[in-house]
Design a protein. Structure first.
Lengths: 265, 461
């Protein structure tokens, strides 16, 4: 116990920062998430039925009229709210807050009442309307660390809890401190992002050698300070999300018109 | 004042037990018809179980649809029983007598229909909700995971099961003297079964006393359920802070009064059907329709007041999501059309019509207007649930609509068939009009001559 507490700097609290200024809308995170988390193939048909499952999705918005139109992207994933509206309504405790600040979903307990998704302001929970299916060629690429969900249950972004668990367990066992930004720890979407728009880490992390805080903690602190670009998606609802968004900086205006509460919250 | 026809006991026995000892042809036909409709719905359920909820019209963002609408509707109808047998009994409304049992039976079958509509088919994994590891009732504590007592879906089963048990007991206690009459008039196996069912009823003064005390106790004890059941059903919606159109404190009283509106209307419909089908015109007279019509005017107007208040509460805050939902309800086709139909059928036509004495005393008119009320009340729940979920949120990627699929519709129809089937089968096994209650009314009205003075035989009511 005492050994561990030396190597880990107290209780972990996972968090993410999304810099919209860096996001190009390339959808690499969506594909990475899809393959890491055994998400069934979203066919055209499923999109038409509005039943596609995307734990992270890029929402695209147009701003302005045609000649001066601007495209805006916002990657949307479970916000892992500290005050999550989805948690108190689940009759079977299939969704609850764990000690590391994650909003976790227990597939085995879920009965599919869909109260949680009605309560989610971000609509970022997904219901398995059909039995998930893959083509034969894709069945061998399923991730053995992640449950294949059956129909009739809810699922959503877990911040790749299987990667968090494996790396923290290994580092705790070897008595080493987990490095901030470790690619084995990062969720698949963060690793896949070519522009580093997504940053993941432990908010309570302090490097034992240098005494530095984690990148995400610094980003959150700076961006949410007085003149920072940071905001919480629909922050006025009081859900206290664990994902911080950094709004876009427009080259022409010098100041962002997007990403604030006016267009999203 | 009501006109009274005095009937002797033999005549009452003969009239009211007729359905049990003689089965007409239409009964078989009707049971077959509703049975087939119910079986079609059951096969639709089998298909749904096999394929998953994908066969319904549900999608993002409308995750709740026709099943939940139907659930709320049937819970609403079930308020008939408690209104008639508890409230009217405690207030000693004399006209309730011939319809108490029918209203209670309606309650029980409506509750079972509601249970069929929501927990059984609505959840993604209904087998997890019941067997082998039940979600709430009976709860499997061996796993060490308790149900989340903060969730309205845990309050729901408790409220509804309380109501179901109370209503069933109510029916059974009121049945005891009638079962004994049937026992005395039957032979063979039938006699054995009814002897078992009537728990050795001999009609001794002590038994009568216990039976009356039990009835009054139950109607008093069941009164909290009158408020709790539909409050809790409304909290399924009202506690959802993520769905702004639902998150309102007026939902509980608004739903209760809506439930009484549709429940009492359903009893009036049932009364008309009873007169036509079981030829009970001697027992259910225009006076009874007049009385229930007056009650309906009061209930209907109160309901409209709460409906109006709900709109005021919603619009007073001027919050975007709330306004978006109201716009959807009132201005966008097809919701706008449904809204117009709902308002006309559940309030404008019926309540105006009931103001006229001739309408209240006409079986046909009461039948038509009360059916209209329930068409409107079904639409009301639909308009709360579906536009409530599909309102335009900030995230435009999740804008969508909803249309019930054929599977959903078949299962909705099946719950109606279940109710009709249940009523028909019940009327075959048990008398639908309480014999002892009618006889009691006759005795109460008898006059005894003492010297030159005529006084009532009973001063109970």
């Amino acid at each position: 116990m005492s050994d561990n507490s030396v190597k880990t700097s107290g209780k972990r609290k996972w968090s993410m920062a999304v810099d919209i200024d860096k996001c190009t809308g390339c959808q690499a995170c969506v594909v990475a998430c899809q393959s890491e988390n055994n998400i069934p193939i979203n066919t055209e048909d499923l999109f038409k039925q509005r039943r596609a499952i995307q734990w992270i999705r890029i929402e695209r918005y147009w701003e302005g009229e045609f000649p001066n139109a601007k495209v805006r992207f916002i990657p949307l994933l479970c916000q892992h709210c500290d005050n999550a509206p989805c948690e108190p309504v689940c009759p079977v405790y299939a969704t609850y807050h764990n000690q590391e600040g994650l909003n976790v979903q227990v597939y085995n307990r879920c009965i599919g009442s869909r109260l949680c998704v009605n309560n989610c302001p971000y609509h970022i929970r997904f219901f398995n309307f059909w039995e998930p299916s893959w083509t034969d060629s894709l069945k061998n690429q399923l991730n053995p660390d992640v449950t294949v969900r059956s129909r009739g249950i809810m699922e959503k972004c877990t911040f790749c809890i299987q990667r968090i668990r494996r790396t923290t367990r290994e580092s705790d066992k070897n008595n080493q401190q987990l490095k901030d930004g470790d690619r084995r720890l990062n969720p698949a979407c963060v690793n896949a992002c070519p522009t580093d728009a997504l940053v993941f880490g432990d908010l309570n992390y302090v490097d034992l050698d240098t005494g530095e805080k984690s990148k995400v903690a610094k980003l959150k602190e700076e961006s949410l300070s007085k003149n920072g670009r940071g905001y919480k998606l629909m922050g006025e609802l009081g859900t206290e999300p664990n994902v911080t968004y950094l709004k876009k900086v427009d080259a022409d205006s010098g100041h962002s018109s997007h990403g604030g509460d006016s267009s999203h919250g | 004042m009501q006109e009274h026809v005095q009937l002797d006991q033999k005549e009452i026995n003969k009239d009211l037990l007729d359905t049990i000892f003689h089965t007409p042809m239409w009964w078989y036909l009707a049971v077959t018809f509703f049975g087939v409709v119910f079986l079609i719905g059951a096969s639709a359920f089998g298909y749904l179980l096999n394929q998953g909820l994908g066969v319904t019209g549900l999608n993002r963002p409308v995750f709740w649809g026709a099943y939940v609408v139907n659930f709320v509707f049937w819970i609403g109808i079930s308020h008939a029983g408690i209104m008639i047998s508890a409230i009217l009994r405690l207030t000693q409304a004399e006209w309730r007598r011939p319809i108490t049992r029918a209203a209670e039976v309606l309650t029980v079958f409506a509750l079972t229909a509601a249970l069929m509509a929501a927990p059984l088919v609505h959840t993604g994994r209904p087998w997890r909700a019941f067997l082998p590891t039940p979600w709430i009732l009976p709860y499997d504590f061996a796993r060490g995971i308790w149900p989340n007592i903060r969730s309205p879906f845990v309050w729901d089963p408790m409220a509804i099961s309380t109501y179901l048990v109370a209503s069933s007991l109510f029916i059974f206690i009121a049945l005891l003297p009638d079962l004994a009459i049937i026992r005395d008039r039957s032979t063979g196996l039938r006699r054995v079964i009814y002897s078992f069912l009537c728990l050795g009823w001999r009609g001794t003064p002590r038994q009568w006393k216990l039976q009356i005390v039990a009835g009054i106790l139950l109607s008093a004890l069941v009164l909290p359920v009158f408020v709790s059941v539909h409050s809790i059903v409304s909290w399924d919606f009202a506690v959802q802070i993520g769905t702004e159109g639902w998150h309102s404190t007026i939902f509980a009283p608004y739903f209760i009064i809506g439930a009484i509106h549709s429940g009492v209307a359903a009893v009036a419909t049932l009364m008309a059907v009873m007169v036509w089908v079981w030829k009970l015109h001697k027992y259910i007279t225009p006076d009874h329709f007049d009385a229930i019509g007056r009650l309906l005017i009061v209930v209907g107007l109160t309901w409209f007041f709460f409906f109006f208040l709900e709109w005021v509460f919603a619009l007073y805050t001027l919050e975007d999501p709330e306004i978006a939902m109201r716009k959807l309800q009132v201005f966008q086709w097809p919701w706008s059309g449904m809204f117009a139909v709902f308002l006309i059928t559940s309030f404008i036509i019926p309540v105006t019509a009931w103001l006229f004495r001739a309408v209240r005393r006409s079986l046909l008119w009461m039948f038509i207007t009360t059916i209209l009320v329930n068409v409107g009340m079904w639409l009301e729940r639909f308009l709360i649930i579906v536009p409530g979920l599909m309102r335009r949120t900030h995230l435009v990627f999740d804008w969508g609509s909803y249309q019930p699929s054929i599977i959903e519709l078949l299962m909705v129809i099946a719950t109606f068939a279940w109710l009709c089937l249940g009523m028909l089968v019940f009327s075959k096994i048990f008398p639908l009009v309480p014999l002892f209650d009618i006889k009691e009314a006759m005795i109460n009205r008898e006059k005894i001559k003492i010297g030159r003075k005529e006084i009532p035989a009973s001063i109970r009511e």
